[in-house]
Design a protein around this ligand. Structure first.
Ligand code: NI
Ligand code: MN
Length: 220
């Protein structure tokens, strides 16, 4: 499987299918990606992004799925703790400690709870934590799903910062950790290098720092 970090929280998984998670990049568009399936972690604009405009099959929590269906998008609704299989790809929705709404024309509507996903494709399990604080049940997500890769927010302010994400990585136990949700704006500026150094000095996990647009290969 190839993992491409497109920027912010937006990640493309390419294998037997193309899965696009949280289709938002600052000042740009992900329309050229042409994914088979989109997964949305929560309703905030920096995660919903182009979900409506792209008009692809979309996996999201029931409240967001209902909203997308009202726009004519073929959405698959699910909820935290559940697993669905779409086109042979398995999506498990995990908890996230965060808030959620859908914003449209300056008006906020209920967007359900914020979530994360464990996505399995071609024998590789990827955990995208969404926007979240650190929580100890990340240990359970690790024990249940054995993710090969953990995509963890490190930007602080709206999510975990690097110190909490380091503990999250230890709870989850994935061999590879990729930091996300940082340096998009001034409010979430972080240097990922000390995070990488600290994890690699104290564990056998590897941190891959990807610049927006960079791809890394993960083997099953
Ligand atoms: Ni958010
Ligand atoms: Mn966010």
């Amino acid at each position: 499987m190839q993992i491409t970090f497109l920027g912010h929280s937006c990640v493309l998984l390419t294998g037997s299918r193309k899965i696009l998670i949280d289709p938002f990049i600052e000042g740009g568009s992900v329309a050229s990606v042409n994914p088979d399936i989109i997964a949305i972690t929560h309703g905030h604009a920096d995660h919903m992004g182009e979900a409506v405009g792209l008009r692809k099959k979309t996996v999201a929590i029931t409240e967001i799925a209902k909203y997308l269906k009202s726009k004519g998008i073929p959405a698959e609704g699910m909820n935290i703790g559940g697993t669905i299989v779409v086109d042979g790809i398995s999506f498990t929705m995990t908890p996230a400690v965060h808030s959620g709404w859908i914003e449209e024309a300056g008006i906020a509507a209920g967007g359900g709870a914020a979530a994360g996903f464990v996505i399995r494709m071609d024998g590789v399990a990827v955990y995208h934590a969404g926007d979240t604080a650190l929580f100890s049940d990340m240990k359970l997500i690790g024990e249940l799903n054995h993710p090969d890769v953990a995509l963890l927010p490190i930007g602080g302010r709206f999510t975990m910062g690097p110190d909490e994400a380091m503990m999250a990585a230890q709870f989850i136990g994935a061999k590879t950790v990729i930091p996300i949700h940082y340096n998009t704006w001034e409010k979430i500026v972080q240097d990922p290098e000390p995070f990488k150094t600290a994890i690699e000095r104290t564990t056998d996990m590897k941190v891959r720092i990807l610049k927006p647009g960079e791809t890394t290969e993960i083997r099953a």
